[in-house]
Design a protein around this ligand. Structure first.
Ligand code: FAD
Length: 386
């Protein structure tokens, strides 16, 4: 069978997927049979939005991210079945299966603007079909090679740009065949005129945000180990700090912790997300996160810092470090008890956060430098900024 067949009963869909290409690295060999069963209201609502008989690629196109967001609203607290469970098997994460000189050609499934009209700038959620050939773990990144010639090296392709993967290893369709990115379009404004200069806009982010379903995309990776979610302790605390698209890896973590029925992994700890964006319209994946708050109030906390809408206690703009300061006592206690803390987003977020943490440590009579080196030594400190 060259394409997958999807047949739908009233509340269940069974999907069998033909093996079009064997998996590139044998350690990640897949089971090619996928089933969405009635156990999960997430998968049921996904199924209910699919046509009676269609191909899985068509199903992906018909079932947009918007539909998935709607299913967030509809779902009960039961979890979504995922497959193939062999993606849990390897003891080490996949790394650099495809390199810049030997990249993988994947296909764009969907591109959706995920910020409201009052958000400054544009951010898109992009689903990519890798057909199971580019497996990854939550917290890793893909490299993207935009089409065209590298202006600095005539005749050569563009350099690779990295993007944090915003889905779990099972992807937004829970079948291990897609990966999602959360991409902010880089736009250049002339500092003198204040006008946009399209010739200087970011190459790869604009390629991604302008791409259409069915377009080819050259991918490398997956890469990165710093942001992998440690899973040895189901009672662990994970404090996740993001600005803007830095929320991408946390969307993956939180789906794994709260949405997916992952074999042998029942999370009972605390996940605490701090998200800094400009305003309400700039909030990313807010429906999903709000749903976790409702369904898992003892295991999930979510604090937002809206810099253009809220004021900090000194009357200035509310940044993510102001929220950290507000909860610093609790955060320090959690860190002392072994919590993991993650930072992801623009490089510029770190100095303000580090200053705040240092000040709080000093107020508590602690040395921040000593504390930081201990956190690093214990592998509790995870930073990926760009
Ligand atoms: P480029 O073409 O590389 O340009 C870079 C910047 O320079 C742009 O802002 C552009 O407008 C400006 N510019 C271009 N020409 C000129 C000129 N002549 N003068 C002055 N300025 C100019 N980004 C995300 O959106 N989401 C993510 O999840 C994400 N994850 C990342 C993870 C990692 C580990 C890393 C390292 C980076 C990540 N990034 C992410 C950033 C991403 O890799 C790119 O750097 C970003 O999208 C910009 O790439 P670009 O090709 O669009 O811009």
């Amino acid at each position: 069978m060259s394409h997958s067949a999807v047949s739908q009963a009233a509340t269940a869909v069974s999907v069998s997927v033909g093996n079009e290409r064997s998996l590139r690295r044998s350690v990640f060999k897949h089971n090619n049979s996928i089933s969405f069963n009635t156990k999960s209201s997430w998968s049921s609502s996904l199924a209910l939005n699919q046509k009676t008989t269609t191909t899985i690629r068509d199903a992906r196109r018909y079932t947009s991210t918007t539909t998935l967001c709607m299913s967030v609203q509809q779902a009960s607290s039961s979890k979504v079945s995922v497959s193939p469970i062999e993606l849990e098997d390897p003891s080490d994460p996949p790394l650099n299966l495809y390199k810049p000189k030997d990249s993988y050609t994947a296909k764009i499934v969907s591109v959706e603007r995920v910020v409201g009209p009052k958000a400054p700038g544009e951010t898109c959620h992009i689903v990519i079909d890798h057909d199971g050939n580019l497996p990854y773990w939550e917290g890793q990144s893909y490299g993207v090679i935009p089409p065209g010639e590298n202006p600095k090296k005539p005749g050569a392709p563009h350099n690779v740009r990295l993007y944090s993967i915003a889905s779990t290893r099972y992807g937004d369709f829970f079948d291990g065949k897609t990966a999602s990115l959360c991409v902010r379009r880089a736009v250049y404004y002339d500092p003198e005129t204040g006008k946009e200069d399209p010739s200087k806009n970011g190459v790869c982010s604009n390629f991604l945000c302008d791409s259409k379903p069915g377009d080819n995309i050259q991918i490398t990776g997956p890469s990165g180990k710093v942001m992998l979610l440690p899973e040895n302790d189901p009672n662990a605390t994970h404090i996740m700090i993001a600005t803007g698209t830095g929320v991408a890896p946390y969307r993956g973590y939180l789906r794994r912790l709260f949405m997916e029925d992952v074999p042998n992994y029942g999370f009972k700890g605390l996940a605490w997300l701090f998200l800094g964006v400009a305003n309400t319209d700039s909030l990313l994946y807010d429906d999903e996160f709000s749903k976790y708050l409702k369904d898992h109030p003892d295991n999930f906390r979510f604090d937002k810092a809206l810099s253009r809408e809220e004021k900090n206690k000194k009357g200035g703009k509310m940044y993510v470090q102001d929220k950290i300061e507000e909860y610093s006592d609790e955060i320090f206690k959690l860190l002392d008890n072994g919590a993991h803390i993650y930072f992801c987003g623009l490089k510029g977020m770190m100095p303000g956060i580090q200053d705040t943490l240092k000040r709080v440590a000093e107020e508590r009579g602690e040395s921040w430098d000593a504390k930081l080196s201990q956190l690093r030594k214990n592998k509790q400190w995870h930073v990926e900024v760009y």
